[in-house]
Design a protein around this ligand. Sequence first.
Ligand code: NAG
Length: 182
Amino acid sequence: MTPHCFCMAIFVMLIIAMSSSSPAAAGDMVADTCERCSRSNPNVNYTLCVASLSSYPGSRRADLHGLALISAMPLRPGLAGIASEARELRDRAAPGSAARSCLEACMAVFRDAAYDLGKAVSAMEERRYGDAKTAMSVTIDAPVTCEDEFEEQGMATPPAIKGKSKPLFQQGVISLAIISLL
Ligand SMILES: *[C@@H]1O[C@H](CO)[C@@H](O)[C@H](O)[C@H]1NC(C)=O
């Protein structure tokens, strides 16, 4: 092998190594993070964690801080969805009924949760992870707090609320677990 060929071979190998290792390493970051989260918190669904984070193109290049911010993204539409479900049910509930007052309480709970989510995200942006964790904990309690309203009245939580409550909680648990790694 002439010195020129040798250099060329090294160069080609380097290119191959770089092009194959960087996307793989980045892909592993999502998987590794979800793995760590599901180990530290059994409520974290590993499959959902990987699918959810990977669905955001930015996740491929994100570090842990970036993944924490990404993990909060599905929570906003999730909260908006469950809040609008509560509003629709409230509008259909009989005036003065217990169901109506529970639904109004839930609407307030989800409104507060959206506010706390905003606080969690700005705390993350400012790298105040302790504050982010506190605000995110309050946010993810919202679906349970809403269900408690019905339970206290001896009523079943409307299936439409229950159906949106679990996925929201699962996403929230993932986000909280990632913040806890920071
Ligand atoms: C975990 O998430 C996946 C994908 O969303 C879902 O199919 C599966 O049922 C979930 N597992 C549990 C235990 O909730």
